[in-house]
Design a binder for this molecule. Structure first.
Ligand SMILES: [Zn+2]
Length: 124
């Protein structure tokens, strides 16, 4: 039975999602397999009761994700999601240089040094 009184938003599933993904996932972007709409996981509709939660699409009500927490196991069924996008939890810098290959430091040392400076600029 799923009533409006039992409904929360997807942010309430943050703890259960962290058990599966080992990082914050309520900001991840999920594409619904039912209607193709795109929503942050935190904006999905959560119905939780007992030992699990169901996250439903706010547009078409398809069950996008089911998480069951049992003693010793976490079970995730994400068959209602066609694509889940999540940013790296610890990535602080990314750039694809316009030149250089596998041995970029030997091929273009000035470019490699500039990239290192840019990557660690936030520490200054
Ligand atoms: Zn949908």
């Amino acid at each position: 039975m799923q009533t409006e009184e039992m409904r929360l938003d997807g942010n309430a599933a943050g703890g259960a999602l962290r058990e599966v993904f080992a990082q914050e996932m309520t900001g991840a972007i999920a594409t619904c397999a039912g209607c193709g709409s795109v929503s942050p996981v935190g904006a999905l509709l959560e119905y939780g009761q007992g030992m699990g939660v169901i996250l439903r699409c706010p547009k078409c009500d398809v069950a996008m994700m089911r998480i069951a927490l049992t003693p010793g196991w976490v079970r995730l069924d994400a068959s209602g999601i066609t694509l889940l996008l999540s940013a790296f939890a610890t990535l602080s810098y990314f750039n694809k240089a316009d030149r250089g290959g596998h041995f970029a430091a030997w091929e273009h040392p000035e470019l490699f040094a500039a990239e290192l400076c840019a990557a660690f600029r936030w520490l200054r």
